[in-house]
Design a protein around this ligand. Structure first.
Ligand code: SAM
Length: 224
C-alpha cells in the first residue's frame, strides 16, 4: 500500500528526489510464533480481532523510542480530527511515525504506554489505517520546502485563514452559456480580493458553521 498514490505527482517527485523519505514497516515481521500472528480475539468477547500490544511495541521500537523526537500517531476513527493546523506542525517537524490499525483496532495498552496521539481523517470507518496515513502524508508532503512549484498556493487555499476557499474560474470566459463573475475580468485587484473574501465567507457560513464561528471569534475584535 506504500508509497501507493504517494509514488505519483508532487509526492512521487519529492520521493524520487530524496526530499522525502518513507519507510514502511511490516508488522508481521515482529511476530514471534510460527504462524506470524499479529492479532488475537478481544478479552471480554465480541466480534473481530485486535492487534497485539507486544507485537506492535516491537514494530514501533524498530523505528523509534518512546519519548523520542518523532510524533507517534495512531490513525483511528476515535482520534482527534486531522486539521490543516496539525498538518503544518507535522510538516515542520522531524516526521511522524504512523501506526495503521486493522480489524477491530489495536490493544489499548500500546497506545497508553506510548502516550500515542490518535488522529482521525473523518467521521467514517475505513477497513485499515493505511488510506488515512496516505491522506496525512500527502497533506504534509505538499507543504515541504521545494515540493510545490508555486509556494504562494498554500497561503491562499482552504483553511489557511480559517475559511474555505473562494471559487475558481479559467478560460474560456464563456462556457455552455455560463459566464464568469465580471469582477474577475475587471483587473481591479482590490475589488477581486474583496469579492474573493466575501465568497469565502459565504461558502464557509453555508457549509461549515463551525469554522465560521471560530473565524468570527478570531476576527471580530480586529474589526472593532
Ligand atoms: N473498531 C474500530 C472502531 O469502531 O473505532 C474501527 C476499526 S477499523 C475497521 C480498522 C482500522 O482502520 C483502525 O484501527 C484505524 O487504524 C483505521 N481507521 C478506520 N477509520 C479511520 C478513520 N476515520 N481515521 C483514521 N483511521 C481510521
Amino acid at each position: 500500500m506504500f508509497p501507493g498514490m504517494l509514488g505519483y505527482s508532487l509526492a512521487g517527485k519529492a520521493l524520487a528526489a530524496g526530499k522525502v523519505r518513507l519507510e514502511a514497516v511490516q508488522i508481521r515481521d515482529f511476530a514471534t510464533d510460527k504462524h506470524a500472528s499479529v492479532d488475537d480475539s478481544p478479552f471480554g468477547g465480541g466480534a473481530g480481532l485486535v492487534l497485539r500490544a507486544d507485537v506492535l511495541d516491537r514494530a514501533l521500537r524498530s523505528v523509534t523510542v518512546p519519548g523520542g523526537d518523532r510524533p507517534v500517531i495512531y490513525l483511528s476513527p476515535r482520534g482527534t480530527p486531522l486539521t490543516q493546523a496539525r498538518v503544518i506542525e507535522l510538516a515542520e517537524g522531524p516526521g511522524p511515525v504512523l501506526l495503521c490499525g486493522r480489524y477491530e483496532g489495536v490493544d489499548q495498552r500500546v497506545l497508553d504506554a506510548w502516550g500515542m496521539e490518535e488522529i482521525s481523517v473523518g467521521d467514517y470507518v475505513l477497513s485499515g489505517g493505511e488510506p488515512a496515513a496516505l491522506v496525512l502524508l500527502d497533506a504534509c508532503i505538499r507543504l515541504l520546502p521545494g515540493v510545490m512549484g508555486n509556494e504562494t498556493t498554500t497561503v491562499e487555499e482552504s483553511f489557511s485563514h480559517g475559511l474555505l476557499e473562494y471559487p475558481h474560474y479559467t478560460r474560456p470566459a464563456e462556457w455552455d452559456g455560463r459566464g464568469v463573475p465580471p469582477v474577475l475580468l475587471s483587473g481591479n485587484h482590490a475589488e477581486i480580493a474583496r469579492w474573493r473574501l466575501a465568497e469565502a465567507e459565504a461558502v464557509t457560513r453555508a457549509r461549515r458553521p463551525d469554522l465560521m464561528q471560530a473565524y468570527q471569534a478570531r476576527t471580530a475584535p480586529a474589526k472593532r
